[in-house]
Design a protein around this ligand. Structure first.
Ligand code: F6P
Length: 546
């Protein structure tokens, strides 16, 4: 048995779960007019309404007790202090140091990292300004019009999602993101740009990632094939990496390499020089505001009492459903077109962090860890998968995210969007009873049998939990706070589950096997040393037909 499930608070939560089986959220709202006020917190420009969750005060108290008994405050402080909490890689976890502007000293193994963080930000600022003001040009002397940003995983999704989200702040520079090794992804981007006015930002923390190296090499070939010389590469190609020597060996000019550090996890790295494409897209001042928003959430996470602590509450609620309601997935619903990429971002963040089956000591856990994270953009999803949210057999907790003011106030659109968002959360919570369904159908000329049957299909169980996250407007600062909120929510769950949220060994086997399969696909005389299924599929590939 694990320590977690032995905690007194865990035992209390099991009892709460049994009691809440009978709870109707609809009734809970009717009984307590203060429920919304009681279960709302504000921090760093965000407001979380968590009143539509399957909790009562004793449950919330038990969840907060679990956080204390599970040592959450100490683990959080250890992370911020730079302790090597990523124990399987022996690394500190200090993405928070990248957005810190208050402390002049943060030590990693006795070395103060603040000066190099600030120096890198200064280098980014100078570079971005030179691109924007035309001081730095391509090899023909023309100003840059386009940026191709190459990277994958954490070296891709954060910058891409933030660039999309901050579109209203965009500079006149077209951004193109390429991640997949599928040549089509790159080829389609290259069709749109002119080599003479295209800047290439290659981002790879390790500088060993197959996809990123292949895409950069092919982009360099395309650049050289356009008539540019090898010396011109230095004007057009920059890299971000913690492996500076490898970047230089690859042919990137040493001055054009922006460093990052092994104490920043890939999926937590958009705040580092990995965020260079964001700064190019929206300007360095807005990038700084993004950092400031995240820093405000960091301060809240460190300083607010647990019962008013937004990431703590969200993490505990996610754990509550995962471990006590057997919820196997969680949905993120962005009611803002600019935030359409957030579900994929949180999916990567959460699933790569908490998709672990052993605790920090390597012992299998005997409770569920990370759920499947998925989602999309409202209202589109309402005409698709919301059916399952409302009437399917699975309980899927939802996060609704809504900025109060649109960047594009077009007629009544925003009110309609917002009304849909609120109404979906309400419908999930209150459901529809058989009596209500029958009353709705009465007087429609149906026979009694028809009415009885149809009414059953119209029943909606309700009691389906959700959070609603509001912000005044989607700005660099509120985006920073929102992303940091999800980072810390992920941390809270991983910390209590006792897992290492900061490694990702599970992705390695596929990489190794992928290389072996590639060798067989390309070999003159393949040995066909795989299993029979893989061998047969390799044979198809070699033939080029089935
Ligand atoms: O394969 C997983 C992973 O290592 C991610 O964790 C990382 O963000 C991504 O690949 C890209 O890695 P890199 O930045 O080293 O190219």
């Amino acid at each position: 048995m694990s320590t977690l499930t032995q905690l007194p608070a865990w035992q209390q939560l099991s009892q709460c779960r049994a009691r809440l089986e009978q709870q109707s959220l609809r009734q809970a709202f009717a009984d307590d007019p203060q429920r919304a006020e009681r279960y709302t917190v504000r921090a760093a420009g965000l407001m979380l309404d968590y009143a539509k969750n399957r909790i009562d005060q004793p449950t919330l108290d038990a969840l907060l007790a679990l956080a204390e008994q599970g040592g959450l405050p100490q683990l959080r402080d250890a992370m911020f202090a730079g302790e090597a909490i990523n124990n399987t890689e022996g690394r500190a976890v200090l993405h928070t140091a990248l957005r810190n502007r208050q402390r002049d000293s943060i030590l990693v193994e006795g070395e103060n990292v603040v000066p190099e963080v600030r120096a890198t930000l200064a280098k980014m600022k100078g570079f971005v300004e030179q691109i924007h003001n035309g001081e730095r040009t391509g090899y023909t002397g023309q100003a840059f019009t386009d940026v191709i940003a190459i990277g994958i995983g954490g070296s891709f999704l954060g910058p891409k999602v933030a660039t999309e989200a901050l579109r209203p702040y965009a500079k006149p520079l077209r951004m193109h993101y390429v991640a997949n090794v599928d040549g089509t992804a790159l080829a389609e981007k290259l069709k749109k740009v002119d080599p003479a006015t295209t800047l290439v930002v290659m981002s790879s923390k390790s500088f060993t990632t197959q996809e990123t190296l292949a895409n950069t090499e092919s982009t360099r070939d395309w650049f050289l094939a356009s008539g540019a010389s090898q010396a011109d590469v230095a004007k057009h190609f920059v890299a971000v990496s913690s492996n500076v020597p490898a970047a230089v060996a690859f042919g990137i000019d040493a001055d054009n390499v922006f460093p990052m550090w092994d104490w920043v996890g890939g999926r937590y790295s958009l705040w580092s020089a990995i965020g260079l494409p964001i700064a190019l897209a929206v300007g360095f001042d807005h990038f700084e505001q993004l950092l400031a928003g995240a820093e405000a959430m960091d301060r809240h996470f460190c300083e607010a009492p647990l019962e008013q602590n937004m990431p703590v509450l969200m993490g505990l609620l996610a754990l509550w459903y995962d471990n006590f309601f057997d919820a196997q997935s969680q949905v993120i619903l962005s009611y803002d077109h600019y935030l359409r990429g957030l579900p994929a971002y949180v999916q990567q963040l959460d699933m790569e962090s908490n998709g672990k089956g052993v605790d920090k000591e390597g012992n299998p856990v005997d409770y569920r860890t990370g759920p499947v994270i998925w989602g999309g953009e409202g209202t589109n999803g309402q005409h698709a998968y919301h059916q399952l949210l409302h009437q399917g057999t699975a309980l899927i907790p939802a996060d609704f995210i809504l900025p109060l003011n649109s960047h594009n106030p077009l007629g009544r659109h925003h009110n309609m969007l917002a009304a849909n968002c609120l109404a979906q959360a309400q419908a999930l919570m209150q459901g529809k009873t058989l009596e209500e369904a029958k009353a709705e159908l009465a007087g429609k000329g149906l026979s009694e049998t028809e009415l009885d049957t149809l009414a059953k299909h119209k029943v909606m169980p309700g009691n389906r939990p959700s959070n609603t996250l509001l912000m005044d407007q989607l700005t660099p600062a509120t985006l920073g706070a929102l992303i940091a909120l999800y980072e810390h929510r992920t941390f809270v769950q991983g910390a209590l589950w006792g897992i290492n949220s900061f490694d990702q060994w599970g992705v390695e086997l596929g990489k190794v096997l992928g290389n072996a399969v590639l060798a067989e696909i390309e070999a003159e005389n393949p040995a066909y040393q795989q299993d029979s299924s893989t061998n047969a599929l390799i044979a198809c590939l070699r033939k080029g037909h089935i």
